[in-house]
Design a binder for this molecule. Structure first.
Ligand SMILES: [Zn+2]
Length: 196
């Protein structure tokens, strides 16, 4: 219970997942009395100063999920997360969506299904994870032209899905919490349901 590298899932007061925070930020939120309530397991204890009167040392038990005051409705509907390879590769489970094999991150690339040279757009619905070999083979062509078939349909993650995709080491209770916020149709359910 003392691994300070664990990330804390911060939600708004309605329980909408907002972001990952590190232990310093979590401590600041507790000290600033911005924590409305907590969920999940306690993951570490942060010690503060010694009280001059009581001689006791303050300690804050930090939970894996903390809800802070206020809410941020702009994250609920119509939110489009920024596109980056780290989250994209995780969306596609580090699989090349053309040959279906799993690769290390450094051997993966971002493929534009409709190539940029064909006015394809650099957005979630037009990009998939591809190994470098498949990407080179496809080059500036559409999948039809290159006679390659996509193994899954790309999708734009919701805010809650995006938080999951960004997580470094998602704890079981955080996972369960995030899964409950994914859309029912989320392709991530199938992949992750066995993990909780
Ligand atoms: Zn491939």
């Amino acid at each position: 219970m003392s691994n300070l590298s664990l990330q804390v899932l911060r939600t708004d007061v309605s329980g909408m997942p907002m972001e990952w925070v590190n232990y310093q930020d979590a401590a600041r939120l507790y000290h600033g009395e911005q924590v409305a309530y907590t969920c999940g397991e306690p993951i570490y204890v942060i010690h503060g100063g010694i009280n001059a009167h009581s001689g006791l040392r303050s300690a804050i038990e930090v939970h894996s999920i903390i809800a802070t005051h206020g809410n941020n409705r702009s994250l609920y509907d119509g939110y489009i997360p920024p596109l980056n390879n780290r989250a994209l590769f995780r969306r596609d489970a580090n699989l090349c969506l053309y040959c279906g094999k799993r690769f290390d991150r450094r051997d993966l690339s971002r493929d534009h299904i409709k190539p940029l040279s064909f006015n394809g757009i650099d957005e979630w619905n037009n990009v998939v994870t591809a190994c470098k070999r498949c990407n080179n083979h496809k080059a500036g062509q559409t999948p039809e032209q290159a006679r390659m078939q996509l193994l899954a349909i790309p999708f734009t993650p919701t805010h809650a899905e995006y938080i999951y995709l960004q997580g470094r080491q998602v704890l079981a209770d955080q996972m369960k919490f995030l899964l409950a916020h994914f859309p029912r149709s989320s392709p991530l359910h199938k992949r992750l349901s066995g993990l909780t």
